[in-house]
Design a protein around this ligand. Structure first.
Ligand code: S3P
Length: 432
């Protein structure tokens, strides 16, 4: 467990930044590349711990995957080219690997054992295990297969019509992947739109998927062909520097080549709603994913109310939005965000206790939090509790703190942003 002492910067943040590849898209590139026939090349792949768990899982199933820094080559031999792993699959901290992989494993004629770290072992897997059982998979584990470690016996699947009870792209994607391996047409309906990278990438690999009024349909047994995937910068990683630029006086930062998929850009809408000066330019679309740049300047910030359908579009950004809200004029209310309880930590509790420890006025509610603005970040000790996004929230808070912040468990940041502090340094060192 490592610690890092962070001092207030008393400088502005300026310049351009290329953030690492999108975590959700990187996972999916490995999954589809492993299911496809032919070679797939992935560039700007996120070289973080979570995505390595997905690579390792498919390597255990016999897929040849070569990684050099941020470029990955996958030699796909189709679904029938996968083999039974001889060892248990370690999912580490990665909820995306767990839920999406379950969908694939359900349709393979093998037995699998899956386990994860202490955080993932507490996160619910029944949300995807339940529909997969209806399709024909046998899944068991603690509390009737709700929690890891899990045992999966896959095989022939039948298609289903499934309405997701939770607003979760992981659940939607797990069922769609099982649908790809099943007989017949699987349909998944969601009341609130969640990130659609699985649907986009399936098409990039030559697959067919129809999307109409919240219902996604996929025909089983489609043959996918290897392709080239350019992973956009991760807007969820960019969000930390977007908020940093907004709250550190005299700052202006441009994030380049970042993913601007509308199912992920809620952070831009929220920051605009709070009065932040922000300009967005979509430059191109690659593999169905819009890519462009975001320019943010230090701005006066107003409190706001955030809830409803925007929540899945900001679900990973709520910790850093909470920090932004501590610097606003007036109160900010975040509601309808109960899903935060099932993340790497219970993020209602971890955001609130961490920001309180740093001196902010914030309280938890059943489905979100209430933040009083005009707050002073004092400094002190703050623990990431193994949650990468809490770790980065603490680091950004330290930029405007009155005193030093000691960040405990800083290594968790490598889960999604291994070079976070290097990138932060680049923006500080260019400033006067
Ligand atoms: C993800 C979906 C979201 C998000 C996670 C990545 C994905 O999770 O929080 O970081 O890649 O599909 P849920 O589906 O649980 O909301």
């Amino acid at each position: 467990m490592s610690e890092r002492v962070l001092s207030p910067i008393n400088k502005s943040l300026t310049g351009e930044l290329y953030v690492p590849g999108d975590k959700s898209i990187s996972h999916r590139a490995i999954i589809f590349g492993s299911l496809a026939n032919g070679e797939t090349t992935v560039t700007h792949f996120l070289d973080g711990e979570d995505c390595m768990r997905t690579i390792d899982a498919f390597r255990l199933m016999g897929v040849e995957i070569e990684k050099n820094d941020n470029t990955v080559k996958i030699v796909g031999k189709g679904i029938s080219g996968l083999s039974e792993p001889l060892e248990p699959i370690n999912l580490g901290n990665s909820g995306t690997t767990a839920r999406l992989l379950l969908g694939v494993l359900a349709g393979l004629p093998f037995h699998f054992t899956l386990f994860g770290d202490s955080s993932l072992t507490k996160r619910p897997m029944d949300r995807v295990a339940i529909p997969l059982r209806v399709m024909g998979a046998t899944i068991d584990g603690r509390e009737n297969g709700k929690f890891l470690p899990l045992s999966v016996r896959g095989g022939e699947l039948t298609s289903i019509t499934f309405e997701t009870p939770v607003k979760s792209a992981q659940v939607k994607s797990g069922v769609l992947l099982a649908g790809l391996l099943a007989n017949g047409v699987t349909s998944v309906s969601e009341k609130t739109t969640t990130r659609d990278h699985t649907e986009n990438m399936l098409q990039a690999f030559g697959g067919n998927v129809s999307r109409e009024a919240g219902t996604i349909r996929i025909e089983g047994k489609q043959r996918l062909s290897g392709t080239t995937i350019q992973v956009p910068g991760d807007i969820s990683s960019a969000a930390f520097f977007m908020v940093a630029a907004a709250i550190v006086p005299r700052s202006n930062v441009t994030i380049k080549d970042v993913g601007l998929n509308p199912t992920r850009t809620g952070i831009i809408d929220v920051m605009k709603q709070m009065g932040v000066s922000i300009e967005v330019t979509v430059e191109r679309t690659v593999g169905g994913e819009p890519i462009g740049s975001i320019f943010i300047e230090h701005s006066p910030i107003n409190g706001t109310v955030i809830g409803g359908d925007i929540i899945p579009r900001i679900i990973d950004e709520i910790p850093i939005i909470a920090l932004l809200a501590t610097q606003a004029n007036g109160k900010t209310i975040i509601r309808d965000a109960e899903e935060l309880k099932y993340k790497e930590t219970d993020r209602i509790a971890s955001v609130v206790t961490t920001l309180q420890a740093l001196g902010a006025t914030i309280e938890a509610t059943e489905d979100g939090m209430i933040i009083e603005g005009n707050g002073t970040i004092l400094g002190g000790f703050a623990d990431s509790h193994g949650d990468h996004r809490i770790g980065m929230m603490i680091a950004i808070a330290s930029l405007i703190a009155k005193d030093t912040v000691t960040l405990k468990n800083e290594e968790s940041i490598a889960i999604s942003y291994p070079n976070f502090f290097v990138d932060l340094e680049k923006l500080i060192s260019k400033s006067s």
